[in-house]
Each structure stands twice: as structure tokens, then as C-alpha cells.
Design a protein around this ligand. Structure first.
Ligand code: ASP
Length: 422
């Protein structure tokens, strides 16, 4: 069992590396039947899209079922409230910190100064709809929970699942049969995740080679400085910020966390979607000892509202766009960016590319031209892969902190060699 799992994680990474190489190679091959129809539009598409769809298939049932189990396992409603407040606080603070870091790095590097815009391929910007906080809050209450499940409205599903779980827990004895049923469903869902993950190495290979074959290196070079700022800020967030917070608030050693996260990272990187990665994220965090009652709540919530990596991209993009258009941003505008990017992160769905759309809300808040989005859109997929990895890492770091503080972390599992080897 152990050996098999070790094999799977390594295979996913091999798939990722081979995917990058194959994609770059393919980007050099001129368009033709073999490249476009057989490879990109055929084999790679079946493997890549098939893999994403297969994981997505599990998201709604898994989130709903595991959250009902989590909430019903919490006999102490006050504890549930405390976990909720802590999680929200952690998510908001880390996102605000993330944008601030991005703004500072961008201000030092000045990615947009001296850029020749004629070099850059632009595409039409998509303008996102502005949502007020009241709308966001109201939209969390499902008027028809079945419709929310059918359309995958994550926040509504979360609200309905918590209510179901809490009700099961309050009625006690009488709720036991339903609780047992959900627990059994939960086991089935987790098994389905493991089965789907068996095709992960091939799916990851196909997704990554498709991305690199389409973008190639040349487009990346013209925007290299902007990419550097985003990647550097993501790196700081993923290493310094999260490890600092983990040490400070949980006192845990970091190695088990980062080792376990590698498996999740391969999936976030190749799918660019926090939502699609959820089954794998929940599986990994539970394997490392986090109790289901915490993981089933913090992780789906995080995949929906906590996007530190996206906020980093938005901060850096604001500075970059302001510089290429020669617009000066004052301190009050920088503060507005911190605030709106934090809110935009809540409104960003955990699917590929949405961060680019909610960027329009941040740009508008400080009067920057939306056309700027067209300039950075071409290379956004690569950044999306990286920022999604940080988005989900933030969810996991919070989950560990909260579970440790609430005594819902199995330390033996966290430090066990067997889990580390997986
Ligand atoms: N792709 C990101 C995620 O799923 C969201 C974004 O920034 O576009 O977390």
C-alpha cells in the first residue's frame, strides 16, 4: 500500500515535468493535423479534460457529505462557531498580507517601467460584474438547496450542509441513522477520490503539455518582469508567511506539512482550480491527521473564499498596469487595492482564470484602465497554475492551525513516518 502510494506521487511529478518538456517541444512544431487534431485536440484533450471532469464530478457530493459529517460530529455548537470565526479571520488577514507583499515587491522591482507595449500581444479584456458585500452575503443563503447542489454553488452548499449537520447533532439519538448513512457515504466518496487519482499522472501530463504548447516561451519573455514579481511574491507567501504562521500559531514542525502538500500541489498546478483540487486537498489533510470535522469545513470554505495567490497577482497587476500606462498610485489608492483585492479574493470562484475577471473590480476601484487586463491575459494561465497552488496552500495552512488549536489534529499521524513517505 505504502509503496503504491509513493509510486503515485512520484508518477504525478514525473508526469508534470514530462508535460512541460513535451509542451515546449510541441510549441515549436508548426500547426498541422497531427499537432492540432490528433494531439492537442485529441489525445491530450481526452486525458486532460477527462481527468479534471472526473475530479470535478466528486466535488459537490464530497463537500456536501463531508461537511454534514463534520458539522454533525461537532456536538459543541460553540466550538463550530469558534472554528468559523478563526478560519474567517485567518483567511482575511493572510489575503490582506498577501496583497501587501505583492505591492511592496512590485514597487521595488517596477515591472512596468520601460516596457515597450508594442511587443505585447493583447486580447480583449473580460469585464467582471461588481458585487456588493450585501449581495455576496445574501447570495450565500440557498432558496433551493437542490438547485445549489446541481449548479455547484459552493457557499450555498456550505450553508445548507452546516445546517443539516448541526440539526443532526442537536437531535442526538434520533439523528444517528442519518449520521451513520452520511459517514458511510463519506467513506465511499474518499475511495472514489483515490480511484480517480490513479489517472492523475496522465491527466497532469496532458494538462501541462497543452498549456505550454499553446503559450510557448516567447510570449512569456516579454512579460518576464511582471511574472517575476508575481512568482517571487507567491514564493514569499508560500514559504515565509505560511511557515511563520504555522510556527507561531500551531508550533508544528513544517516538514510533514510541505511534504504532504507536494501531492496536492501537483493537482492544483495542473488544474489551476482550487475547487477541482478539493477532493485531493481534503484527502491529503485528513491523511496527515486533521480531523474531518475541521477539514470538511475549512477546506471547502477556503477553496471558495480564500485566494491569497490571486490577491498577489491582482496587487502586482495593478502596479504593472499603472506603470505601463504612466499612472501614479498614491498611498490611499494602494490601501484601496489591499481592501478590494481582499474582497475580490472572496468573490473569485476557485476555477481557472476567474482571478483575471475579478481583477477588473480592483482596477476600477483605483481608476486604472481595464485594457491592461488584455496585456497580461496571454500569460495568465502559467501564473494561474502557480497562484492556485498558493491559494490552496493557504487553506491547508489555516486548516492545520485551526485543527491544532482545537485539538482536532492527530499528532501521531502528523509525525508518522508512514504518512511522510506517502
Ligand atoms: N484559478 C484560481 C483558483 O482556482 C482562481 C484564479 O485566481 O483565477 O484558485
Amino acid at each position: 500500500m505504502n509503496k503504491k502510494k509513493l509510486g503515485l506521487t512520484s508518477k504525478i511529478f514525473i508526469g508534470m515535468i514530462l508535460g512541460i518538456l513535451f509542451g515546449l517541444l510541441l510549441s515549436k512544431v508548426p500547426s498541422g493535423y497531427l499537432k492540432d487534431t490528433i494531439l492537442l485536440g485529441g489525445i491530450l484533450k481526452i486525458l486532460g479534460s477527462g481527468f479534471i471532469t472526473a475530479i470535478k464530478m466528486l466535488v459537490v457530493p464530497l463537500v456536501f457529505i463531508s461537511l454534514v459529517c463534520g458539522a454533525s460530529a461537532m456536538s459543541d455548537i460553540k466550538k463550530l462557531g469558534r472554528i468559523g470565526v478563526k478560519t474567517l479571520g485567518f483567511y482575511l488577514c493572510t489575503t490582506a498580507l498577501a496583497v501587501t507583499i505583492a505591492l511592496i515587491i512590485a514597487k521595488v522591482v517596477n515591472p512596468g517601467v520601460g516596457i515597450d507595449m508594442s511587443n505585447i500581444v493583447t486580447s480583449d479584456p473580460t469585464i467582471g460584474e461588481k458585487q456588493s458585500l450585501v449581495d455576496i452575503i445574501l447570495a450565500m443563503i440557498p432558496s433551493n438547496p437542490i438547485a445549489s447542489l446541481a449548479s455547484g454553488e459552493m457557499l450555498q452548499i456550505i450553508v445548507f450542509a452546516i445546517l443539516t449537520g448541526v440539526a443532526i447533532s442537536i437531535i442526538g439519538e434520533k439523528g444517528q441513522p442519518v449520521k451513520a448513512l452520511f459517514e458511510s457515504f463519506n467513506e465511499v466518496c474518499m475511495k472514489m477520490v483515490s480511484i480517480v487519482m490513479l489517472i492523475a499522472p496522465y491527466g497532469v501530463f496532458a494538462l501541462i503539455s497543452n498549456t505550454f504548447a499553446t503559450i510557448g516561451f516567447s510570449a512569456m519573455w516579454s512579460l518576464a518582469k511582471y511574472m517575476f514579481v508575481v512568482l517571487f511574491a507567491l514564493l514569499i507567501q508560500g514559504t515565509v508567511v505560511y511557515s511563520g504562521l504555522l510556527k507561531l500559531f500551531s508550533g508544528l514542525k513544517l516538514k510533514p506539512f510541505y511534504k504532504k502538500y507536494a501531492k496536492v500541489a501537483a493537482v492544483t498546478f495542473s488544474t489551476s482550480s482550487s475547487n477541482a483540487s478539493l477532493p485531493v486537498t481534503i484527502e491529503a489533510m485528513e491523511e496527515i491527521g486533521v480531523h474531518n470535522s475541521v477539514a470538511s469545513f475549512t477546506l471547502p470554505l477556503g477553496a471558495t473564499i480564500n485566494m491569497d495567490g490571486t490577491a498577489i497577482m491582482q496587487g502586482a497587476a495593478c502596479i504593472f498596469i499603472s506603470q505601463i500606462y504612466g499612472i501614479d498610485l498614491g498611498i490611499s489608492q494602494l490601501l484601496t487595492i489591499v481592501l478590494t483585492a481582499t474582497l475580490a479574493s472572496i468573490g473569485t470562484a476557485g476555477v481557472p482564470g476567474v482571478g483575471m475577471i475579478t481583477l477588473s473590480m480592483v482596477l476600477t476601484s483605483v481608476g486604472l484602465p481595464l485594457e491592461g487586463i488584455g496585456i497580461i491575459m496571454g500569460i495568465d494561465r502559467i501564473l494561474d497554475m502557480c497562484r492556485t497552488t498558493i491559494n490552496v496552500m493557504g487553506d491547508c495552512a489555516c486548516t492545520l492551525v485551526v485543527s491544532k488549536q482545537e485539538n482536532e489534529l492527530d499528532l501521531d499521524k502528523y509525525y508518522s513516518e508512514k504518512e511522510l513517505a506517502k
